[in-house]
Design a protein around this ligand. Structure first.
Ligand code: ATP
Ligand code: MG
Length: 406
């Protein structure tokens, strides 16, 4: 059973219909009741490794200061950019709307046009509006090479209805999901997969540990990892993001939202949200990248449908571990590195959230793995296969401590 927003999305992309909140056309959302949870201000002062305190600015306050960074588009400009939302320019569809490729004229009319992705929300509900605002506010403030750039937005409350659109930098290779599960496109080579894992981890570490406020992403999944022309990853979709707990609080309480198959079990059961929920989702995506299988796949035999259950039969230290690896890699990967990533994924998937690593630790392990793998192969989708070793990498550098799995 799928409900919208207050439980989980899945790939059926169900859509909720409820009334839009009339009125505001500028991205404003600041109070507790609108967010529908029990954390008041969520203000945080975050320096790496310490809990945010109650004094520093919230995302909303930071957004107000930086609002001018975002361009406000008219609906006409976006219609022109997409040939009136021509379906031939549609590049994707999510639970909250369709995504179109567009071409935007520069604001000064002097520079050449820019390719953009335009997301047009079709969710006729307060929740859709809230998520649109959250997206604008978070992406109006966040700035990291591994987060997608929001260039601007369009908000129209007209006689003919309410329109909410978002304009992003265009990501030439769409999403990780569009590649790792899609047999119709060339597979992503091993080193590129490692680079995607590392970049995604760096983006998430920035959210968790690199800002004044702690940001919990809440929707980490392969369709939200976008890939640029060089397959560098950028996280997208901040509609569900939340500021983390502040002061003495250990968690934020919310109605669980997210996507089925990616959300941490304790969050689904209790609604208690911490950054460790994101770490769980990261572990799920690591296994998706290793295996080329979706977290849930109803087309597989029943014993293989749930990825996390299936991989348990092939532990990272066992001889049969290699059997879970994506056959499309055609053995062109380092088995040592793959084992290391599987162990890392297992640690992210610890039942007890406290036993999961911090995102900075994940980055460290992935950096080491990447460096070692680069010592034996190079990153290029066109490099000859001989650069990818068939079995063990000769590396003998530090072993990752085996993290306990629940
Ligand atoms: N900036 C972008 N550049 C290029 N393609 C994009 C961009 N943003 C989204 N897309 C494409 O549009 C698809 C749909 O994205 P969207 O975020 O709307 O939904 P989703 O992530 O698949 O699902 P959900 O709504 O459940 O989060 C993506 O999978 C991707 O292929
Ligand atoms: Mg998405």
């Amino acid at each position: 059973m799928i409900k919208c927003f207050d439980i989980f999305k899945d790939k059926s992309k169900s859509k909720c219909k409820s009334k839009w909140r009339a009125g505001k056309s500028a991205p404003e959302l600041s109070n507790r009741s609108e967010r529908g949870d029990d954390v008041k201000a969520n203000h945080g002062a975050k320096s790496t490794g310490s809990m945010p305190s109650a004094q520093s600015k919230s995302i909303t306050e930071m957004y107000r200061e930086r609002e001018q960074n975002l361009r406000v588009f008219s609906l006409l400009e976006l219609k022109e950019a997409t040939n009136n939302f021509n379906r031939l320019l549609k590049i994707g569809e999510g639970g909250f709307g369709s995504v179109y490729k567009g071409s935007i004229k520069s604001a000064d009319g002097q520079s050449p046009p820019t390719s953009v992705a335009i997301k047009k929300l079709n969710t006729q509900g307060l929740q859709g509006h809230k998520q649109w605002i959250a997206e604008v506010q978070f992406l109006g403030v966040l700035d990291h090479p591994n987060l997608v750039k929001l260039l601007g937005y369009c908000s129209v409350d007209g006689e003919r209805g309410i329109q909410r659109l978002l304009v992003y930098e265009y990501m030439q290779n769409k999403s990780l999901e569009d590649h790792i599960f899609n047999m119709a496109v060339p597979t992503i080579p091993w080193i590129t997969r490692l680079n995607i894992m590392l970049g995604a981890a760096q983006g998430m570490a920035y959210l968790h540990e690199g800002l004044e406020v702690q940001v919990i992403y809440r929707d980490f999944k392969s369709s939200n990892v976008l890939l640029d022309k060089d397959f560098n990853p950028k996280l997208s979709d901040f509609g569900l993001a939340r500021e983390g707990p502040t002061g003495d609080r250990t968690h934020v309480s919310t109605a669980p939202v997210g996507t089925r198959g990616y959300a941490a079990p304790e969050y689904v059961e209790t609604g208690r949200l911490t950054v460790k929920s994101d770490i769980w989702s990261f572990g799920v995506v690591l296994y998706e990248i290793l295996t080329g299988r979706r977290t849930l796949d109803r087309n597989l035999p029943s014993s293989e449908q749930k990825l996390l259950e299936w991989v348990k039969q092939f532990p990272a230290d066992s001889k049969k571990f290699g059997m879970i690896m994506d056959p499309r890699l055609q053995n062109q990967y380092s088995i040592n590195a793959a084992r290391r990533i599987a162990k890392l994924a297992d640690s992210c998937l610890n039942k007890n959230p406290k036993d999961r690593p911090a995102m900075s630790q994940v980055v460290e392990i992935l950096t080491q793995t990447m460096e070692e793998s680069q010592g034996t192969s190079s990153d290029s989708r066109s490099l000859p296969n001989k650069l990818f070793r068939r079995t063990e990498v000769a590396s003998t550098s530090k072993q990752i401590p085996r993290m306990v799995q629940a």
